[in-house]
Design a protein around this ligand. Sequence first.
Ligand code: PMP
Length: 334
Amino acid sequence: MPRQSLLPDVIGNTPLLYLRQASEATGCDIYGKAEFMNPGGSVKDRTALGIIRAAEKAGELQPGGVIVEGTAGNTGIGLTLVANALGYECVIVAPQNASQEKIQQLEMLGAELLLVPSVPYADSHHYIHTAERVARGRASDEPQGAIWARQFDNPANQQIHYDTTGREIWEQTDGKVDGFICSVGTGGTLAGVAAALRERNPEVKIGLSDPMGSSLYSYFNTGELHSEGESIAEGIGVSFVPGNLAGLEVDFSCQVDDDDALPYIFDLLKHEGISVGGSAGINIAGAVALAEELGPGHTVVTILCDPGDRYQSKLFNPEFLWKHKLPYPEWMAN
Ligand code: PMP
């Protein structure tokens, strides 16, 4: 048996799950990539590994070095686990409004956690700008090196999705994938998977599923960054164009209301035994819209980014949903 950490080897190669109700409703085959089955519970484990491996390759990290990132949760969880496994330290800068479950998990995993006020991106105290400053400070203090993971425009982010997520989707569908759609946090998943699939079949339709409150739907349709409404989905929706999306063109885009996304999450849990978080609901609603656009008989793939239990206090809390005038099923209230 090997005498080194095998954690990196168990990231990725997630199953592709058939989503029965979404498929039956559209006459298409809709599949969800079960990213919640990664060791850190999300699609961001791939990004964490990709960024750390790229920094090692570039000679920016020595054993005991420090990785700093601004993240509301999942990337921090992935980075901390991979850092623990490979002998690095992790400093995570998170906004105070990140879900309690994710903050507790980061503390439990041993990240050095810096909570900052939730302010707009334009404010220099935003958690992403703070992370950049902290990383610079650490880089001059730490002899082993310190990096800012900068997942929004680090090419290693989309590269790992090109190398792994996109390739896996192609192989798992035997190349019979007609459309791929997901939402954007950093855009690493969308850009990397789009490149991998289009390289193998230029006819594959690539879609963006954007939550309310995000500016990307408007950006892809009018060229202007403009947002309306809000969403309780975490980890997705941006008010700027992340570097990962530079040059990306999409064939389809839709804007999804939480009212439409949440029932997919509740039905998936109750009737298909699959527990996912808010961004997966936005993604499934997007997959249904893309399937309707393509017509019956097509195969559409999306991403099931993380598990529902990361959001017990919000998504699965009838009181919270009621306060936010959001729908919840009868079985949840009992
Ligand atoms: N869903 C969740 C729950 C996330 O945490 C993220 C990452 N921010 C995404 C979706 C979006 O992934 P990406 O950063 O690759 O766009």
